[in-house]
Design a binder for this molecule. Structure first.
Ligand code: C5P
Length: 310
């Protein structure tokens, strides 16, 4: 009898992420931009429970607004399950119960975490026994952020953001995340960045051929020093997200005024991430933002990548 038959569904948790540094290079022929990014996995987790079934199906619940989450074959977790079945020749199906804590279409890699968790859960349920490098290869085919959700912790991403190397990190970083009612689509943010760069070519100057994560960021992560990291955070997508969502600019200002060490749009947004000096400072900032009518969460990083929890 297999593990799944004995104990019921296989449950896997995978984390959301914040890009503490994101330099965007040029648009490549494949439609992707060359990136240099530093990822930190944070303590908002997606949980996927995989059970044996004849076909492929999915149900989604969560602590965040679920509008816009597809429950058909466009869902990245279902696509991950189907891809694993195709690649391994597995002939059965799966039912996936996805429980979401990561804001939907928020720039924190929630959909990518679902896909990473589904890969690990189905691999365990079906006993297909893929190595971590085989899982990583499938993850990269599903989306640029999926490999990092598998790996977790702190990592540097090159290429599309999917060529990962682990980075040394110490200590704990506390974040307050301000959620938006409406998501933004990642391709539209990259498109807006290209338009912005075209319009302001003279002021912006040449874009580096090979983007690179600043040494200051690596140093701050290694030292576990939030103040040092606050001085080094950067997100090239932020200018584009703010063009699409000008309402986020006052949110960024307010959080910094109210005690955050730094505020940054998370990935392509619209979630705004505030780095705080301690858990207490984060709780205080969260309370102030909530009192002002914002939906805010507290999370910390780094945390591990996709793991079986039962
Ligand atoms: O790989 P993923 O599905 O997450 O990417 C969504 C879209 O974001 C891509 O189709 C592309 O338009 C844009 N993107 C990009 N450069 C990257 C990552 C994503 O242009 N490195």
């Amino acid at each position: 009898m297999s593990l799944a038959e004995t104990f019921g569904p296989v449950r896997v948790r995978a984390p959301g992420k914040i890009n503490v540094f994101l330099e965007v290079g040029r648009l490549q022929d494949d439609g992707y931009h060359e990136l240099a990014t530093a990822f930190q996995a944070v303590s908002l987790f997606e949980e996927v429970a995989a059970s044996h079934a004849d076909g492929f199906s999915l149900a989604v619940t969560g602590t965040v607004a679920l509008d816009g989450v597809p429950v058909d074959d466009r869902n990245l977790a279902l696509r991950a399950a189907r891809l694993l079945a195709t690649e391994t020749g597995y002939r059965g199906g799966v039912h996936l119960d996805v429980h979401k804590q990561v804001p939907v279409a928020g720039g924190m890699g929630g959909g990518s975490a679902d896909a990473a968790a589904a890969l690990v859960a189905c691999d365990a349920l079906w006993e297909t026994g893929l190595s971590s490098s085989e899982l990583h290869r499938l993850a990269a085919r599903l989306g640029a952020d999926v490999p990092f959700a598998l790996m977790g912790g702190t990592a540097i991403g090159a290429g599309r953001g999917d060529r990962l190397s682990p980075a040394l990190a110490r200590g704990r970083f506390d974040w307050v995340l301000v959620l938006s009612d409406e998501g933004v689509s990642t391709p539209s943010v990259y498109g807006e960045l290209d338009r912005h760069r075209d319009e302001h070519r003279v002021d912006i100057g040449p874009i580096r051929d090979v983007p690179e994560v600043d040494a200051d960021v690596l140093h701050a992560l290694r030292a576990g020093d939030a103040r040092m990291l606050a001085a080094a955070v950067r997100n090239d997508l932020q200018v584009a997200t703010l063009r699409l969502r000008p309402d986020l600019a006052p949110v960024l200002e307010r959080g910094e005024e109210w005690g955050a060490l730094a505020g940054i749009v998370s990935g392509s947004g619209p979630t705004v991430a505030f780095l705080c000096g301690s858990p207490e400072e984060a709780l205080e900032l969260r309370a102030r933002l909530e009192a002002a009518g914002h939906a805010a969460l507290h999370a910390h990083g780094p945390v591990p990548g996709a793991r079986v929890v039962s």
